[in-house]
Write a protein that binds this ligand. Structure first.
Ligand code: ATR
Length: 289
């Protein structure tokens, strides 16, 4: 990598940032595309405002924002993309005249991962497991892309109700239906897309899953786990055992990076190059399939 006076700088702000795969995504893209861009992680202990203002002053073109700053950064933006605004969380900043514009490529990246796997949202009935930050974002995405109905199942049903109320307030008819996990037998008796958006099953607690009962998995034609470590979660195994297709979340991570790269460089990354990067990420993680 050649760095000179014209090199464009992008980076990641978060705490911690040690295990990020984003430098691999962005620096490999720049290398292959011959773009003069460098991507570096920045550990920000606490002063997010100074970090963002400093980045702006240093002419840093783009930033990814990760835990714990995705919500907090919203107040530091000049402008916010409408979907990111509805979600209330931003993971990508792009420098413009007068400040940064914020996007949520976690969700547009998830949508692109769905498209690449032939998974449809529009007109579909969707089950979301969880009602935390990730699940809420997924519910916003599903409403944005016109799912027919969204069932949010959570251990704490009150949290599911809050997410449902928030999204339903923007709809003409109720779109989101909150349920407790053990109420799954009240779901429509048909096969649906199910997105696993809880932290349950994340390594090292790989044997865990929010619903064990196999009759739940009979209702799933496609299971998408946002978790990618391990690459074959217990949720995925249970979906497959009942004949469904199952995916882990590594493509979401890939495409959130691709979409950020496209925003910063005003370009479109070809699918074949996305696949090259994906292979590298799998290599890094020791995933073989
Ligand atoms: P994130 O930002 O990653 O979504 P979060 O906001 O802490 O993280 O949300 C974690 C989600 O995992 C929640 O839906 C949580 O359920 P509760 O709202 O009932 O706490 C879910 N979760 C975590 N541990 C769980 C467990 N042992 N059983 C069931 N759900 C669990």
């Amino acid at each position: 990598m050649k760095i000179d006076g014209k090199s464009k700088l992008c980076g990641l702000i978060g705490k911690p940032v040690e295990h990020t795969m984003s430098p691999l995504i962005h620096n490999t893209l720049s290398e292959i595309l011959g773009k003069n861009m460098v991507y570096v992680p920045f550990l920000v202990e606490e002063d997010l405002k100074s970090a963002v203002e400093g980045a702006y002053a240093l002419n840093i073109r783009g930033l990814n924002i990760t835990v714990p700053y995705k919500e907090k950064v919203v107040d530091l933006l000049k402008e916010i993309d409408p979907l990111a605004g509805q979600i209330g969380a931003v993971n990508t900043l792009c420098k413009t005249e007068g400040g940064y514009v914020g996007y949520n490529t976690d969700m547009t990246g998830l949508y692109r991962a769905f498209c690449s796997e032939g998974i449809k949202i529009q007109g579909e009935k969707v089950i979301i497991l969880g009602a935390g930050g990730a699940a809420r974002s997924v519910a916003c995405l599903c409403s944005h892309y016109k799912a027919a109905q969204i069932f949010i199942l959570n251990r704490n049903v009150e949290k599911a109700k809050l997410v449902a109320e928030e999204i339903n307030a923007l709809q003409e008819e109720p779109l989101v239906f909150p349920m407790a996990l053990e109420e799954f037998d009240q779901l429509p008796k048909e096969k649906m897309l199910c997105i696993q958006a809880t932290s349950v099953g994340l390594a090292p607690c790989e044997e865990r899953v929010v619903i064990e009962n196999q009759s739940f998995y009979e209702r799933i034609h496609t299971g998408y786990d946002l978790i990618y470590r391990p690459a074959n979660t217990r949720f995925m195994q249970l979906v497959k055992a009942q004949g469904g297709r199952a995916f882990h979340g590594l493509k979401m991570l890939l495409y959130q990076g691709i979409e950020a790269y496209e925003i910063w460089n005003e370009c479109r990354v070809e699918e074949s190059l996305c696949n090259t990067i994906y292979e590298k990420m799998k290599g890094e993680m020791g995933i073989e399939e």
